[in-house]
Design a binder for this molecule. Sequence first.
Ligand SMILES: [Zn+2]
Length: 65
Amino acid sequence: MTLQSEGVDLGRSVVSKVEMAQKYRFACPTCEERVIVDRDVRDKLLTQGCVVCSASVYPNCFEPV
Ligand SMILES: [Zn+2]
């Protein structure tokens, strides 16, 4: 029976998932769009610009939440 050890592993992966899913509050300096994003979306905004007004976005537009 491996049920118990699977439960432990599941708990561990939940903890690391929470750490991976760091959220950021994005505030666009140009159009003042404000939205909570995760790390993937943050990276996308940094490379592609604001989704609303296309302005360049900088790391200081993000604040960890
Ligand atoms: Zn914008």
